[in-house]
Design a protein around this ligand. Structure first.
Ligand code: GLU
Length: 503
């Protein structure tokens, strides 16, 4: 095959907000274009085309959300809405005349025909076919109307739809992922290409635009595979050279069924709201159906561009695993500088802890931000997505900790030992002059020995007393950030709790 310029497109319909599956398609197209630009081939272009011809299914705000999702992930487009380009307009609703003249050409050359059947007739036909357990589809009633029969209908003011005339035989095309795919044409009915309101159906608009926009490769979801023989037949009838096709294998939920709202079918914007980082989403999506090798999991955007290839697209379905995404997002979170992390985490904190943020600890610190920036690195180590930040850091902001007293009596601890340990710790801590992590460690490690406790026992006890939780960031750093006054107050509260406990 001669080396052609790579021109790929992402062609969403604004009938909903883009989800993981849609955006993966966008990403693969984008990567392919950017890879082509970087490698020896000529410049690759990533085109965004809005397929908005189905007016009945249009969702308000969907176009904006599509653009916003792409922008959030840094998937910039070379041609399309807002940026323009030589092949525009990039909204199909602004290109109706192009589809209408293609339909006209197909009628004139005998590849398509006007159909005057009423919706009632089509309904009856369908019911009959279903009753007889026959495949449903148009019965070609208007396919061979004479010119005078056509004008008879026209005179009655009936505005026809235009149907494509499926020829006999078979249609074969090469899919870059699956190899040759053959459909028998008798499985395809004479589908509508132009509706009576002058709007094209997906098939016509898609073929005309991929041709006029000089698309070289169509990388799209698997669900469109069965439309491709129709498209191939239309390319042939219009005398166009078809692009190359690659149908991306399905993404399934962990239960190996189609992606559902529960697993990944949620809008991409919701991932942003949950505090997933765009870099992590890109990495995660890239591995849903593509791989560098059989071991690499963390791979940067630059490396993806460098190595992306159609040859390594997977032939088997990808599985969406939220645990993997959470893990990966955590990896990217830990790669942020602590300033960057603090900045990204702050809005989540302010939203998630509106009440606690009134707390004096936050306001009394020389500045609130100073306190937050001491907490942030401790949380950064543990968080998987930013919406978890408020929960993980709540104890830093609440004055009165609420927890079950039994937490103070972890393995091997009884009320007496816990009480005496906390009392001694309280005494020693109150005379500790510098309350930083290493001074705390120097004091508390030997104290465990002195109290005849395992370090884990003493530290576990202090952890619950100062944070109200059994799992929290490293103890000494946490205590240092909380400060002496708070720690002593909290230990005193724990002692009170133990005193009033029944056993
Ligand atoms: N508008 C179609 C969609 O929403 C485009 C399919 C294709 O890429 O051909 O997925």
């Amino acid at each position: 095959m001669p080396m052609t310029q790579v021109r790929v497109r992402y062609a969403p319909s604004p009938t909903g907000y883009p989800h993981i599956g849609n955006i993966r398609t966008a990403l693969f197209n984008w990567l392919f274009a950017r890879h082509s630009s970087e490698s020896i081939m000529t410049k690759g272009s990533f085109i965004l085309r809005i397929e908005d011809t189905d007016m009945t299914r249009k969702v308000e705000g969907a176009v904006d959300t599509i653009l916003e999702s792409l922008r959030w992930l840094g998937l910039d487009w070379d041609e399309g809405p807002e940026v323009g380009g030589d092949f525009g307009p990039y909204f199909q609703s602004q290109r109706l005349n192009l589809y209408q003249s293609a339909a006209k050409q197909m009628i004139e050359q005998g590849y398509a025909y006007p159909c005057y059947c009423s919706p009632e007739r089509l309904d009856e036909l369908r019911t009959r076919q279903m009753q007889r357990k026959q495949p449903t589809g148009y019965d070609r009633h208007c396919r061979d109307l004479t010119l005078s029969e056509r004008s008879h209908f026209e005179e009655q003011g009936i505005i026809p739809v235009v149907r494509f005339k499926i020829p006999p035989g078979k249609t074969t095309f090469r899919d870059l992922i699956r190899g040759n795919v053959t459909f028998s044409n008798n499985t395809l009915d004479d589908f509508i290409i132009l509706k009576s309101d002058g709007f094209p159906t997906y098939h016509l608009a898609n073929v005309v635009d991929d041709h006029l926009m000089q698309i070289s490769h169509v990388l799209r979801a698997d669900e469109w595979l069965s439309s491709t023989p129709r498209h191939i037949l239309m390319y042939q009838s219009l005398g166009y050279e078809p692009p190359l096709f690659a149908h991306l294998t399905m993404i399934m939920g962990p239960d190996h069924t189609k992606l559902s709202k529960r697993y990944g079918a949620t809008s991409l914007i919701e991932y942003r709201q949950q505090g997933y980082l765009p870099e992590a989403i890109i990495n995660f999506l890239a591995l849903l159906g593509w791989s560098l090798d059989d071991k690499t999991t963390i791979i940067s955007r630059e490396d993806l561009i460098k190595h992306f290839s159609l040859e390594r697209l997977s032939k088997t379905a990808a599985v969406f695993d939220i645990k993997k995404l959470n893990w990966m997002n955590g990896v990217y979170i830990r790669q942020l500088s602590s300033e960057e992390f603090t900045q990204r985490a702050l809005p989540f904190l302010e939203n998630g802890l509106p009440h606690e943020m009134e707390h004096p600890l936050y306001h009394n610190a020389s500045t609130g931000m100073d306190y937050v920036s001491q907490i942030a690195p401790l949380i950064q180590e543990r968080v998987r997505y930013l919406a978890e930040v408020p929960e993980l850091s709540r104890f830093f902001f609440t004055e009165i900790l609420e927890y079950d007293t039994t937490l103070l009596l972890q393995k091997g601890m009884d009320k007496e030992r816990a009480t005496s340990a906390l009392q001694t710790a309280h005494e020693r801590l109150s005379i500790l002059s510098s309350f930083d992590a290493s001074s705390l460690e120097e004091l508390l490690r030997p104290l465990a020995v002195e109290l005849n406790l395992k370090t884990g026992e003493l530290f576990g006890l202090l952890r619950v007393a100062t944070t109200g939780q059994t799992a929290a960031p490293p103890l000494f750093q946490t205590m240092a950030v909380l400060g002496k006054e708070q720690c002593l107050k909290r230990i005193a509260l724990a002692l009170e709790k133990l005193l009033t406990a029944t056993s």
